[in-house]
Design a protein around this ligand. Structure first.
Ligand SMILES: [Zn+2]
Length: 138
């Protein structure tokens, strides 16, 4: 299959997707925390895997993972061209995510991995279930 992007162009595209994605999902998560009066989170806490949100007192690390980059099977997010490349990238991310989760759990952290699609209003119930440990009082 032919490659529509040059290597340089592809890196550019990847960076654009990544930064855009990160920003919107994290902002959405922050809005939800606010809505639910969830407090005590930190944005930049020095921890393995750089969690998106860390609750130091509760020892909970929250990752908000983009469905595309982290290989969620919720929808078909594979671009028709260059699927070998994208699949390799996502396989790497999945392995890395698993490694980070395991490392943190060994250090007695609770790891919550939230999918980007779970931030949608229609999936709110599922999300609430996932983050119930954040809502409950210490
Ligand atoms: Zn998803």
């Amino acid at each position: 299959m032919s490659d529509v992007f040059s290597t340089e162009k592809r890196s550019e595209v990847m960076r654009a997707i990544k930064s855009k994605n990160t920003k919107t999902t994290e902002l959405k998560m922050m809005e939800i925390f606010k809505e639910l009066h969830i407090k005590g989170w930190r944005r930049t806490y020095p921890l393995t895997g750089k969690p998106d949100f860390v609750f130091p007192k509760k020892r909970i690390a929250v990752f908000v993972d983009g469905c595309f980059w982290h290989g969620h099977d919720c929808r078909n997010v594979t671009p028709s061209t260059n699927s070998v490349f994208w699949n390799a990238k996502r396989d790497y991310n999945k392995r890395h995510d698993a490694f980070v989760t395991e490392t943190l759990q060994k250090k007695a952290w609770t790891v919550l991995r939230i999918w980007e699609c779970e931030l949608k209003k229609k999936n709110r119930e599922k999300l609430l279930e996932k983050i119930s440990s954040l809502i409950l009082e210490k």
